[in-house]
Design a protein around this ligand. Structure first.
Ligand SMILES: [Zn+2]
Length: 145
């Protein structure tokens, strides 16, 4: 028997196999004991559940009670912070930050980096300089290479 549950971590509907006692969400990694999960649909037919899941993604009743995980705005700072977490390669990550910060005026200041990464901005700027991602044409002003 299979069932659909809502992940308590990210709210994503997913299918579980009731023959096993627990599983973890492929999206956020949160593990759930099946005996404690709220089962929304049960069936022996995985195809049926999978089809139902697609339509449930957009059904408000089904996602009732789920934590809203959507960003409240398209705040560019939040977006950049999220991009930073998403990109695994450190060099690519710094290059992306430099690209985004350079976009408005062609250059950025240490202050701009601090706005986005208040804890780590010094290291980030240092890393960008060391990796040759940016150069410093004037003190405190950085430009993409
Ligand atoms: Zn999840």
């Amino acid at each position: 028997m299979f069932a659909i549950i809502l992940c308590s971590g990210c709210g994503n509907p997913r299918m579980i196999d009731l023959a096993s006692t627990a599983s973890s969400c492929p999206r956020c990694g949160k593990s759930v004991e099946h005996s404690r999960a709220k089962l929304h649909l049960r069936s022996d037919d995985q195809g049926e559940l999978r089809a139902a899941m697609w339509s449930l993604h957009s059904t408000p009743e089904f996602i009732e009670g789920r934590e809203p995980k959507k960003p409240t705005s398209t705040d560019p700072i939040l977006k950049l912070q999220r991009d930073f977490e998403r990109i695994a390669d450190p060099e690519e990550r710094l290059a992306h930050v430099a690209d985004v910060l350079c976009a408005p005026g062609g250059h950025f200041s240490k202050e701009d980096v601090r706005n986005v990464f208040p804890e780590t901005f010094e290291d980030l700027v240092k890393g960008m300089l060391e990796l040759g991602i940016v150069f410093e044409p004037r003190a405190g002003r950085y430009q993409r290479i």
